[in-house]
Design a protein around this ligand. Structure first.
Ligand code: NDP
Length: 266
């Protein structure tokens, strides 16, 4: 029987994951199926239990990442740190392992883009689920400093305390960062976080977790206009986090550069 994988979420029809994993499977010669599964509100546990009768693994997206965290029998340190799970895998003994590949997807993409993380001063904007998932993988890269800034300062403070990093308000930030990461949801509706222009002009790299077909988001556009020398959207992160899930399930590394070029051209 073909090994069965899936992505869980609600809504789910828009998800690119089935196409990405079909590409990886074909490219690596792995035989598997991968389907989108719509999770009815409040029914993650039942839906996942049914899937794992024969399913081998799944990705989990909005709004089910916390449910998947609770569902997993064991958690990787990345899932523990993120407090959320985006990948579930059925182990040989039948137990379900929960991982979170989002943050490692980001650091892998930053490396692909040639961003120097060792010794870098990093500003993370936002204190939601995505921000929480990326801080530990960033700290694993020997960065010099991570500061979390958020519209609701209390949330930045809580997150920063959890990881032992700095929290700041937008008003009190100084222009002292090499890499600025937009982990807010502002680009989704074409707005911007209230970051001073000077901070963007002094940074060498700006990354938006949000992605667009043409690679340009409201934030990357503004960063370039203000003199930041290099920018990227989060499309590479999307492919990288999928590749890490695929490798966890299949033990095979997909060709991410090929996948990024392929999907960018679609
Ligand atoms: P959440 O809803 O959990 O958090 C949203 C964050 O944005 C909060 O910190 C919120 O601040 C902040 N925010 C919203 N509006 C504004 C505003 N007008 N000004 C300043 N801050 C604002 O979202 P997620 O963390 O789940 O997702 C964030 C982004 O990351 C999304 O664009 C998502 O698409 C992207 N993402 C990309 C991935 C990829 O693979 N490329 C993976 C995961 C996420 P406050 O606390 O004050 O409300």
């Amino acid at each position: 029987m073909t090994d069965r994988y899936a992505v869980f979420g609600n809504p789910i029809a828009h998800s690119l994951s089935p196409k990405i994993h079909a590409f990886f499977a074909k490219d690596t010669g792995e035989e598997l199926s991968y389907e989108p599964i719509l999770v009815p509100e409040g029914r993650f546990k039942e839906t996942a239990r049914e899937f794992f009768c024969d399913g081998k693994g799944c990705n989990v997206t909005v709004p089910c990442k916390l449910d998947a965290y609770d569902f997993a029998d064991i958690l990787t340190p990345y899932a523990e740190a993120a407090g959320a799970v985006n990948t579930l895998k059925k182990l040989e003994n039948g137990r379900i392992e929960g991982d979170n590949t989002d943050g490692r997807g980001l650091t892998a993409d930053l490396k692909r883009l040639g961003v120097k993380l060792d010794g870098a001063k990093i500003l993370v904007m936002g204190a939601g689920g995505a921000a929480r998932g990326i801080i530990r993988p960033l700290l694993d890269e020997s960065v010099a400093l991570v500061t979390v800034v958020n519209r609701t300062f209390e949330k930045a403070k809580k997150l920063a305390e959890h990881f032992g990093v700095q929290a700041c308000s937008y008003e009190d930030l100084s222009a002292n960062y090499n890499v600025i990461i937009n982990a807010t949801s502002t680009s989704l509706n074409g707005t911007l976080p209230p970051l001073a222009d000077e901070i963007l002009s002094k940074a060498s790299f700006a990354y938006d977790l949000m992605y667009k077909p043409n690679g340009e988001t409201t934030f990357t556009k503004k960063a370039l206009e203000k003199g930041c020398t290099k920018v990227a959207d989060g499309f590479g992160m999307l492919i990288m986090q999928a590749a890490l899930s695929f490798e966890l399930w299949r033990g095979v590394k997909p060709d991410v550069t090929k996948a990024i070029s392929y999907f960018r051209a679609c």
